[in-house]
Design a protein around this ligand. Structure first.
Ligand SMILES: Cc1cc2nc3c(=O)[nH]c(=O)nc-3n(C[C@H](O)[C@H](O)[C@H](O)COP(=O)(O)OP(=O)(O)OC[C@H]3O[C@@H](n4cnc5c(N)ncnc54)[C@H](O)[C@@H]3O)c2cc1C
Ligand code: SF4
Ligand code: SF4
Length: 433
């Protein structure tokens, strides 16, 4: 990027989609047929997507793209092209390349957002070691009707169990096919074969030895499968939830600031969980619950009165786990002044809002200053102006804030940018927009 307010020259990399966006109708037929499944980042790693995909269903434009690294044809040098054969609009273009676009602009608005704090750096909370301790972002995906569990509160430990069952069923099917081939070849059932089989004959009869081994494996796998299915049949969705506030926020070890939106998103998530299943109860552990905004306090109280939510003033010291994968929350209740423990089905960590990973690089590229927390620096009196004239910032790129505030800032930043562009004579700005 070069230039100054009213006349910036910007180079933008437009990444190859390998799908022609003018032709793609967004029908999704390609993804249905694509044989490659990969972990879905949008669903916080809790589900899978195909190698040809849309990052999220409501994305604009509604165009698919190919994840080249995981695609059999583009990334692994194998023959595939099923998507191209399926696409009736003939939109697949394996030859597409990244494009470098030179753009002239009068002003720039940074809306590069935030990331969530990684709670695994707080070992006492057990994130990634205790299956049913999740982040609020993961919980949002579990609650979502378009998420990996279609909105049912299946616990990650049960999701892992079902994945284990599916893998075992697949390998059992494979073993059973091999056994069936041997049964057909020798014209008898495995039970009949085992009645006459003698282990001493194994050295002379390698094929029969393999048959006996396969039969043993099928038997053991079937028993394991039955016992896993029994555990799965006895499991229910999560009913008792704990929300832990200020994870990585208002904590001098990590971020001193309040992330401002997490108190309200925990209340919202507890409310949605209750609306989904009236047997759900939630305990929100906090230093204080910051319901700052018009109607927010009333919303919080409504949660307590009609959605089985209780607010516990106490900082959580540790989370442990019982043998059934139930997290146990250890905390000091500041109202009873006692250290207490309580067992839950699932724990949700309200993690801090931190600067997006690329913020430092973007700041260096644009010659901008960052504030002490790593967000783009602005003047308190002109909160959308960065340290460089003509470049504005809005939303969580400037600091933690909720959606209404981000949207209001975005409108204001657009207006500030328009002031600059309007003041520049078109010819002088080389036709800048
Ligand atoms: C679990 C959770 C639940 C929440 N629930 C609510 C809620 O119910 N209500 C509410 O008001 N708020 C809620 N929030 C807060 C809300 O997410 C933020 O207020 C909002 O997302 C901020 O919007 P933004 O556009 O500033 O940033 P983002 O939403 O982070 O968007 C920034 C976008 O810029 C893209 N980007 C970044 N760098 C680049 C680059 N170099 N080039 C191109 N693109 C780039 C990113 O990929 C991203 O898509 C919640 C937050 C969390 C963590
Ligand atoms: S070429 Fe094959 S693996 Fe790659 S996106 Fe198309 S269908 Fe999927
Ligand atoms: S909004 Fe609530 S949970 Fe989030 S940092 Fe502030 S006080 Fe803590």
């Amino acid at each position: 990027m070069a230039g100054e307010a009213g006349d910036f020259q910007v180079k933008v990399r437009k990444k190859a989609r390998y799908v022609n966006e003018d032709l793609c109708t967004g029908c999704g037929a390609c993804a249905e047929k694509c044989p490659t499944s990969v972990t879905d980042d949008y669903n916080a790693g809790l589900g899978e997507r195909k190698a040809i995909y849309k990052y999220f269903p409501q994305g604009i434009p509604s165009t698919f793209c190919i994840d080249a690294e995981n695609c059999r044809q583009l990334g692994q040098g194998k023959k595939c092209g099923i998507c191209a054969k399926t696409c009736q609009a003939e939109a697949i273009d394996f030859e597409q390349k990244d494009q470098l676009l030179d753009i002239e602009v009068g002003a720039i608005v940074l809306a590069s957002g935030y990331e969530v704090f990684d709670p695994s750096v707080i070992p006492e909370y057990g994130y990634q070691h205790i299956a049913n301790v999740v982040t609020a972002m993961e919980f949002e995906r579990l609650l979502s009707a378009s998420g990996p569990t279609a909105g049912h509160l299946d616990r990650p430990s049960e999701l892992a169990l079902r994945a284990e069952i599916a893998a075992l069923e697949k390998s059992l099917k494979k073993l059973s096919r091999q056994v069936q081939r041997l049964e057909e070849k020798h014209g008898k059932s495995t039970a009949e074969f085992l009645e006459t089989w003698k282990e001493e004959a194994a050295a002379e009869e390698p094929e029969l030895k393999r048959w006996a081994e396969l039969a043993r494996k099928v038997n053991a796998s079937q028993q394991q499968l039955d016992s896993l299915k029994k555990i799965d049949a006895a499991s229910t969705t999560a009913k008792k939830l704990a929300f832990i506030q200020c994870v990585g926020s208002r904590d001098f070890r990590f971020n001193r600031f309040c992330s401002s939106y997490c108190c309200m998103h925990s209340v919202k998530e507890a409310m949605i969980a209750y609306e989904h299943d009236n047997e759900v109860s939630s305990s929100i552990f906090c230093m204080d619950l910051r319901a700052v905004g018009r109607g927010f306090e009333e919303y919080k109280l409504r949660g307590g009165q009609s959605a089985n939510i209780q607010y516990i003033r106490g900082r959580v010291a540790e989370i442990t786990e019982d043998k059934d994968h139930n997290p146990i929350v250890w905390y000091e209740s500041t109202t009873s002044r006692q250290v207490q423990q309580e067992t839950f089905d699932m724990v949700i960590l309200a993690t801090a809002c931190i600067p997006a990973a690329g913020t430092q690089k973007l700041a260096e590229m644009m010659g901008l200053e960052l504030n002490e927390h790593g967000f783009f620096k602005t003047d308190p009196l002109i909160p959308l102006d960065t340290s460089r004239p003509g470049i504005f910032v809005c939303g969580c790129a400037q600091g933690p804030m909720d959606i209404p505030e981000s949207v209001a800032q975005a409108s204001s930043a657009a207006a500030r940018a328009a002031e600059i562009v309007a003041a520049v004579p078109r010819a002088a700005a080389g036709g800048a927009k």
